[in-house]
Write a protein that binds this ligand. Structure first.
Ligand code: ADP
Ligand code: MG
Length: 237
């Protein structure tokens, strides 16, 4: 594989240049920052899973993704890596506010993916917060939410901040992630999600990952994605 063009921001590299990364099998072969590579190495992630191999070259190239792959196939890194890289390449800093919002169906899944973000994003300087309701006091959160770069949230708590937090600002949002979208919809969050998406800036990159492709996932995709790459990875039977 050719080396990534030195210093070139990924968003501006054209599709042809990028197709040369389509054959990558290891994270180290991807044109990503050393900070992310170090985080992956430290967490002992070396070889990409199928969904990661299929989606990362597109995602790193700035495209929206509609990805379907079964539970346990490694969807989390398929979106966390491009989130980190996008903000890194935009030189996102403490004053830039919310650059990425990752929506998860449940508190437990949100907490799990937050742990992966902390591990893989360890060498970056971004601030991240887990906004999932429950025991945490929403008023304390309200004072700090505007200082965070990456928000991992459940739909209900995110909408609560959008509605109630003074000066809550996501106008500079770069990347939106809808993780386990089928489950988000199963839990009855369709209206909440629509309300959230209607308040987000339209110029952004969006990743929608799901274990199954249901009709309601496709409806959500139509609402939230722009000219997406459809990726479906199933096991050989
Ligand atoms: P999904 O969201 O598709 O259900 P996860 O992202 O939660 O899957 O990953 C499932 C498991 O696989 C996790 O334990 C994770 O640490 C592990 N995993 C993910 N990607 C890799 C990889 N490239 N190499 C080794 N293990 C991985
Ligand atoms: Mg998952």
């Amino acid at each position: 594989l050719p080396p990534p063009p030195a210093g070139a921001p990924l968003g501006r590299i054209d599709a042809d240049t990028y197709s040369c990364y389509a054959g990558a099998t290891k994270f180290d072969q991807l044109p990503i920052s050393n900070k992310t590579k170090d985080g992956l190495r430290k967490a002992e992630f070396v070889d990409m899973t199928d969904i990661q191999r299929a989606s990362l070259p597109h995602a790193l190239c700035g495209r929206d993704i509609l990805g379907a792959a079964k539970t346990g196939s490694g969807k989390t890194l398929a979106f966390l890596i491009p989130v980190l890289e996008k903000l890194y390449r935009e030189r996102w800093g403490p004053e830039d506010g919310v650059g990425s919002i990752i929506i998860s169906p449940t508190r437990e899944l949100g907490a799990q993916l937050f742990d992966v973000l902390k591990a893989v994003g360890k060498f970056h300087n971004f601030s991240a917060g887990l906004l999932i309701g429950g025991r945490k006091d929403v008023n304390t959160e309200k004072e700090h939410v505007n200082e965070l770069n990456i928000l991992v949230c459940t739909p209900g708590r995110l909408l609560q901040h959008m509605d109630e937090t003074p000066n809550f600002d996501c106008s500079q949002l770069q990347v939106l992630v809808l993780d386990e979208a089928d489950r988000i919809l199963d839990v009855g969050f369709k209206k909440t999600l629509n309300a959230i998406i209607s308040q987000l800036p339209k110029h952004r990159q969006t990743f929608l990952f799901s274990a199954t492709q249901t009709k309601s996932v496709q409806d959500l995709a139509r609402l939230s994605l722009k000219d997406p790459e459809y990726l479906s990875v199933h096991e050989e039977s």
